[in-house]
Design a protein around this ligand. Structure first.
Ligand code: ZN
Ligand code: ZN
Ligand code: ZN
Length: 455
């Protein structure tokens, strides 16, 4: 059996491969494409055409980087309700204007190794391996710390006691406090809200963390029990940077095909809005304690356009372990970052982030993390950064390396030359990365998994 993929399917497959193989030439990508899709009949010429259309050829520069160029920079707004001083007196939020957006600057000097701030996640949508751990009841479904066997503090999900649940819920919480704080769980629980099951299955099948994260954000806002808390939660959500659905940037950052994005909308709405028939009595009781959702919030969360902005918000702001943080999401990228975010409170609150400085820093300096592996060559970094809505990184690190390669005659530009060979100098320094882009790779990969005993 062989078949012809549509242009959209081909583009989605090539975007995923490009992220895995940021320095591969057309020949190599074409070979990987056919290896991954053994029934596809695709010529190398067609692969080249789609790579060109999607601006995935090595050397592609999509950034006119004109300040204010609408389709070339994520949209953003400042969080009007965020009190930064509550988290740390050492920092402030600064609006740099487009295309850069907002960022975080120091208000006082900090020393190398100093913790600049600590922050619990707004929501946490764990990666699949960690989620398996949670679903087996081995990690707390709220703070994701390891559950100590035999601990007298362990609480089970109230949904685990529902007799008619189509899919029982076996998650556990490390303490009563975590159970109380797990305010999004009733809508994400397979026993209390069976309508969530198709969403969980789809996001898992496509390894699409953004969909689950968005549902968790919506659950957080829908289930808020007082108006101020709801307004604050919505403000955090709404002030996350996003890209306009349908823009060139949108295509660069969204991995699933158009049909998958649409299917995602259907299961998302079915799970959170049209759940009435399938809700357990327990969930209905919880929903009664929530404040009504104002029209503007409903619109931003649940219209097709709002949903698409939401997916982009998740893509641009989730940290690599699946946490979404009100303040951490402000940190801009640098290929030479000066802070990193770490999960250091392993025993008590594994999902809590600590932002720690790499070197002595002056007041006024902007704090930055790296959204991609800073040890990768410049081509690889720039291609991977496009998934973060950064069309073309022009930082000192990148321009210096580009110049160095050009001086040595080793610069590859597939958009002007027909060369598809990649010289050794730009071969990846690390082997294939995860198909999902990962923010802040300086953060030890799998820090959380490691603590939970994966390796
Ligand atoms: Zn816990
Ligand atoms: Zn549950
Ligand atoms: Zn750079």
């Amino acid at each position: 059996m062989s078949d012809q993929p549509t242009d959209d399917e081909l583009a989605a497959a090539l975007r995923a491969l490009r992220i895995e193989q940021p320095t591969a030439g057309v020949n190599k990508l074409h070979a990987s494409l056919l290896a991954a899709h053994t029934t596809w009949l695709v010529s190398q010429k067609r692969t080249h055409k789609i790579l060109q259309r999607e601006q995935l050829l090595l050397g592609t520069n999509t950034g006119s980087s004109k300040p204010g160029a609408k389709s070339n920079a994520p949209e953003y707004r400042l969080n009007q309700l965020l009190d930064v001083s509550k988290l740390s007196k050492k920092i402030d939020v600064k609006d740099f204007g487009k295309p850069k957006g907002k960022g975080i600057v120091l208000t006082e000097p900090v020393k190398q190794g100093e913790t600049v701030w600590k922050e619990d996640p707004f929501i946490f949508a764990a990666t699949w391996e960690v989620l398996d751990h949670v679903h087996r009841g081995n990690a707390c479904a709220h703070c994701i710390s390891q559950i100590k066997p035999g601990s007298s503090l362990i609480m089970t999900c109230p949904g685990s006691r529902l007799p008619d649940a189509p899919r029982p819920c076996s998650v556990r919480f490390c303490s009563r406090l975590c159970l109380q704080r797990a305010v999004t769980h009733p809508l994400i629980c397979t026993a209390q809200n069976p309508s969530i099951i198709p969403l969980l299955l789809l996001s898992r099948e496509l390894q699409w963390q953004a969909l689950l994260a968005l549902a968790t954000c919506a659950a957080r806002i829908v289930l808020a029990t007082d108006e101020l808390d709801q307004r604050e939660a919505f403000e955090i959500y709404q002030s996350l940077a996003y890209v306009e659905p349908g823009s060139a940037l949108w295509k660069q950052i969204i991995r699933p095909t158009e049909a998958q994005v649409q299917k995602g909308y259907d299961v998302y709405k079915a799970a959170l809005v049209d759940t009435k028939d399938e809700q357990s009595a327990l969930l209905r009781k919880t929903l009664k304690t929530a404040v009504p959702l104002p029209e503007n919030m409903h619109k931003e969360l649940f219209t097709p356009e709002g949903y698409r902005r939401g997916i982009a918000r998740m893509n641009l702001n989730l940290e690599q372990n699946g946490g979404l943080h009100a303040l951490h999401s402000h940190l801009n990228h640098s290929c030479d970052p000066n802070v990193s975010a770490k999960h250091v409170e392993q025993r008590t609150a594994l999902s809590r982030l600590s932002v720690i400085s790499h070197r002595d820093l002056e007041a006024g300096e902007e704090l930055t993390i790296s959204y991609v592996d800073p040890s990768h060559p410049v081509h690889a970094r720039r291609l991977n950064l496009r998934a973060w809505g950064i069309p073309h990184c022009d930082c000192k690190q990148c321009t210096d390396q580009e110049k160095e390669l050009k001086d040595k005659g080793e610069w590859v530009d597939e958009t002007t030359a027909n060369s598809t060979a990649v010289p050794a100098a730009v071969a990846p320094t690390a082997d294939g990365s995860d198909p999902m882009p990962q923010k802040d790779l300086d953060n030890l990969e799998g820090e959380i998994k490691q603590h939970l005993g994966f390796f």
